[in-house]
Design a binder for this molecule. Sequence first.
Ligand SMILES: Cc1ncc(COP(=O)(O)O)c(C=O)c1O
Length: 393
Amino acid sequence: MKLESKMVHFGDRKKAGDYVPVTTPIYTAASYYYDSMEQLDRVLGREEPGPCYARYDNPTTNALEEVINELENGKGALACASGMSAMHLAITAALIDRPKRVLAADVLYGATTGMLMNVLAPMGIDTTFVEIGNLDAVEKAVAETKPGAIIMETISNPLMRVAPLDKIAEISKRAGVPLIVDNTFTTPLMIRPLELGANIVVHSATKYLAGHGDVLGGVTIADEEYANTIRTLSRTLGPVMSPFESYLTMRGVKTLGLRMERQCANACKVASWLATHPGVDRVHFTGDPAHPDAATIARLFPKNLSGAIFSFELKNAGRTEVFRLMDRLKMIVRATSLGDVHTMMLYPAISSHRDLSPKRRNQLGIKDNLVRISVGIEAAEDIIADLDQAFKE
Ligand SMILES: Cc1ncc(COP(=O)(O)O)c(C=O)c1O
């Protein structure tokens, strides 16, 4: 071979030796080499397991899918490039051979509502929004609209309401409608929707699963009926997670238990402190015994993990006062996103719920004095001290 050919071929396509790496490396290969055409034929025909092309399978991403599938007790997970691509794939899988209608919770992550209204509706897939915590209203809407899928979140954002997922799953099962549940806020440590009768679980892996603010990713985890459909659709649509993001997410997942324990414990301390602060009107926290959905929370969430995100209302405040408080923060990070190791504060009126009119925000109870906090793993005293100094004139 000439040097130009050697440059291209030498060093590559080595079979791994008689060893196993302790953690899964990052495989960046776009395609995979097999000893013979016979074997490649079997792999492409799915008669023999193995990756052949990166849009179909990637060993790093497959490793992440295996661990998340196990955590959610599913029958197959698929890692996607973002939480939104995971949600899109889940909806597509649910509706592909079912009525092209969706029944959705009235409060959903803004981009999920946006996808339903601005992408799917113009394509002829209409959505009816329902007060998801009102079981009579859900039952009635299912009977009237005969949807092809129901979509809900485990904890609503930013007012932290918790709908009775187990009861909604019963309604969806009775009607034979697949239930899609976004489990981003709770993680499988707090709730495993498939065990309660949901059909497809979606995560923004950008949040708790990866946990360090350096990944954009999503995952679907499905039951027997939808796991294969999702993988088949993904092979055509190609919304898959990159191997580097899969590696980072897998690394993050290893400490998910420790992080959630610490973050939930910190959230209890910070929320209790804020609840007695003279500058705070109200705290919306799933760990509050006086929470409006306390009975559902006690039934569905473990006692020691009641959530690490909450919102609070500043007393006699609007945008100016919220901006002043947030500008004074020294350690807590003013940024969108949630679930990271660092505590983050966000103002829903200009971020997650910016696209809603002030009137609609008010209707949903998202007032101009409402701030959301995602509590991190720092020392709780430092989070409280930062808030304390920010409140002071
Ligand atoms: C509950 C929830 N679902 C889905 C998403 C979308 O995830 P991503 O930003 O990874 O696409 C987000 C993002 O904030 C979210 O909070």
